[in-house]
Design a protein around this ligand. Structure first.
Ligand SMILES: Nc1ncnc2c1ncn2[C@@H]1O[C@H](COP(=O)(O)OP(=O)(O)OP(=O)(O)O)[C@@H](O)[C@H]1O
Ligand SMILES: CC(=O)C(=O)O
Length: 294
């Protein structure tokens, strides 16, 4: 029996019966539904589809709902992708619902300007794009692009000063939790946990009897690294979320932290998942900077 399990995130391109069947046949053990995207109805339909296909194929396949958590994101951009050039100016807009372009983008942080000081670095596109803050003007933040690249809609953004001030459990988390419990999913991924209490808070919201999902905190903040032992103790399993971890701290630290987290989980007898950029070097080339998996 293969002891290592494969977790695959499904999205619009893979949520058809045919594509899903091929994924399960190719060896996917756990299907991840990212509740940060799409609507909850689509996720619960997909969960049902996965279960039907798994039973048709005589396979046991787990379902993991990844909770959105307090992840900061930039907003929608025109045609789902714009290109930012190094050296240009770019505005992070305080207007929540504006559609972004190559000059500006909205963010999920209404009080963004409060957390940006001239000279601060801001990361967009899950760390691929780097900006430097020039000044705040009202609710907008004017920046210079230090490292350009393609910016797609609703990608992760990192603004170091804001991290500690965001609500740990959002309105969207409440919707995702309700959907996951109703769909009786096997695992709940907890995004951006900072301490053991963030895991315990969700555990207290689970049904007291019957099927309860296993809680899988994602280690992706600097605070979670500081509080690792307590988080592992509060968890049923752990995910090394290299994507965001490599934005919250220098990417070169990720491989060693990954080993440390895996070792600590092995010692505690808790399953551990290594996530993100598994096949990244095969999807884009040439490499301009090392990926988390390298
Ligand atoms: N259910 C979905 N519906 C639409 N797009 C999706 C869905 N799931 C994933 N995607 C797309 O695939 C990309 C990569 O998926 P992934 O699950 O890694 O999310 P992410 O936004 O990078 O953030 P995170 O993993 O930290 O939640 C997303 O940014 C999004 O563009
Ligand atoms: C999986 C995930 O959320 C990350 O790598 O950041």
């Amino acid at each position: 029996m293969r002891r290592t399990k494969i977790v695959a995130t499904i999205g619009p391109a893979t949520a058809t019966p045919n594509a899903l069947r091929r994924l399960l046949e190719a060896g996917v053990d756990v299907v991840r539904l990212n509740a940060a995207h799409s609507d909850m109805k689509t996720h619960s339909n997909n969960a049902r589809l996965v279960r039907e296909l798994a039973s048709e194929l005589g396979r046991s396949v787990g379902i993991l709902v990844d909770m959105p958590g307090p992840k900061i994101r930039s907003g929608l951009v025109a045609n789902d992708e714009v290109e930012l050039e190094s050296g240009q100016e770019f505005v992070l807009s305080g207007l929540e619902d504006s559609i972004g372009d190559a000059q500006h983008v909205s963010t999920t942080l209404p009080d963004l300007a409060q957390w940006a000081r001239p000279g601060d670095e801001v990361y967009l596109a899950d760390g691929a794009i780097v900006l430097r803050v020039l000044e705040s003007i009202g609710k907008d933040v004017r920046t210079e692009v230090l490292r350009g690249g393609p910016l797609r809609s609703r990608k992760g953004m990192h603004l170091p000063r804001a991290e500690a001030h965001v609500e740990p459990f959002t309105a969207r988390d409440a919707l995702a939790l309700e959907m996951a419990i109703a769909a009786k999913v096997d695992f709940l991924g907890l995004s951006f946990v900072r301490r053991a209490e963030d895991v315990e808070r969700v555990r207290a919201m689970l049904p007291k009897r019957g099927m309860r999902p296993a809680l899988v905190p994602k280690i992706e903040t600097a605070a979670a690294i500081d509080n690792l032992a307590g988080i592992i103790e509060a968890a049923d399993a752990v995910m090394v979320a290299r994507g965001d971890l490599g934005i919250q701290m220098p990417a070169r630290r990720v491989p060693l932290l990954q080993k440390e987290i895996i070792r600590a989980c092995n010692m505690a007898g808790k399953p551990v998942i290594t996530a993100t950029q598994m096949l990244e070097s095969m999807t884009r080339s040439p490499l301009t900077h090392p990926r988390r998996s390298q």
